[in-house]
Design a protein around this ligand. Structure first.
Ligand code: NI
Ligand code: MN
Length: 225
C-alpha cells in the first residue's frame, strides 16, 4: 500500500490493487494542503470524527466519486442522510472490506458536525491492507490503552497529532509512540493554523531518543509502506 499525506489529518491510501481510500479529507479550507478537493479521487472515505477539519470536503468529493463512507454508526448515518453510501461500524469493531480490514479504536476528543448534529464518539482507525497495519489515531489526547492497541495489532505505521491545544502535543505523542510501538511514526495535525504550531523535527528527534523511528512527511509526499 501507498500512503500520501495531504497535511493536517488528511491521508490517501492506495492499495496494491489500485483502490483509493481517503481519510479525513480536509483540503479546500486547509491552507497547508497542496491539492484541492476537485483534484482527488476516492473509492472509500473514512472519517475519524465529524469536526469540520476532518469531514472537510468529503461530501464534495463524494458527489463526484460516489465512494463508500466508513465511520462509526452515528457519523455514518449522517453521511447516509446526505444521500451517500455508508458502512456503519463502531469502536472496537473490525470488518473485512474487499481492500482489507478496517477496525475502529477509541479516541479522547469530541465529535459534532459543523451543522450541530451529534455524530457519536470520535475514533481512531486501523487499516490492515496488503499485509501492513496502519494506525491513524484521529484527534485524541494520550491514553494508556494505546499499549493494548499495539499489542493486539502490531503496527507498521502510526500517525498521531502533535499540534497540542486540541490534541496531544509533542511530548505526549512521543509517549504514544512508546506505548503503541510502531515500526514507523508519522506526525500529523500541526502547523495548519497558528494555534497548532509545532516543530515536527523536534518530534522526530524525541522519538529517535527513545529508540524508535519517525519520519516527517512533506505535505503532498507519498511513501510505500
Ligand atoms: Ni477534532
Ligand atoms: Mn482536528
Amino acid at each position: 500500500m501507498k500512503l500520501k499525506y495531504f497535511s493536517h489529518s488528511a491521508f490517501q491510501v492506495t492499495t496494491n490493487s489500485g483502490k483509493i481510500i481517503l481519510i479525513d479529507p480536509f483540503l479546500d479550507g486547509n491552507p497547508t494542503s497542496p491539492v484541492k478537493s476537485n483534484e482527488v479521487k476516492a473509492d472509500y472515505i473514512i472519517l475519524t470524527h465529524a469536526h469540520g477539519d476532518h469531514i472537510g470536503d468529503a461530501f464534495n468529493i463524494a458527489k463526484r466519486c460516489d465512494p463508500l463512507f466508513i465511520a462509526v454508526n452515528e457519523l455514518a448515518n449522517y453521511c447516509a442522510s446526505k444521500g451517500f453510501k455508508a458502512h456503519n461500524m463502531h469502536i472496537g469493531g473490525g470488518y473485512n472490506f474487499e481492500f482489507g480490514r478496517v477496525k475502529f479504536t477509541i479516541a479522547h476528543h469530541g465529535s459534532m458536525t459543523p451543522d450541530g448534529t451529534y455524530a457519536g464518539e470520535p475514533s481512531g482507525v486501523i487499516l490492515s491492507i496488503d499485509g501492513k497495519n496502519f494506525y491513524h489515531t484521529g484527534d485524541t489526547g494520550l491514553f494508556y490503552d494505546m499499549k493494548l492497541i499495539g499489542e493486539m495489532t502490531p503496527i507498521d505505521c502510526m500517525c498521531m497529532p502533535i499540534g497540542d491545544n486540541f490534541t496531544m502535543g509533542i511530548n505526549d505523542a512521543v509517549k504514544a509512540v512508546e506505548l503503541v510501538n510502531p515500526k514507523l511514526a508519522i506526525p500529523m495535525h500541526y502547523n495548519t493554523f497558528p494555534v497548532i504550531a509545532a516543530d515536527p523535527l523536534e518530534f522526530k528527534k524525541k522519538v529517535e531518543q527513545i529508540g524508535k523511528k519517525a519520519r516527517v512527511l512533506n505535505f503532498g509526499e507519498e511513501i510505500e509502506l
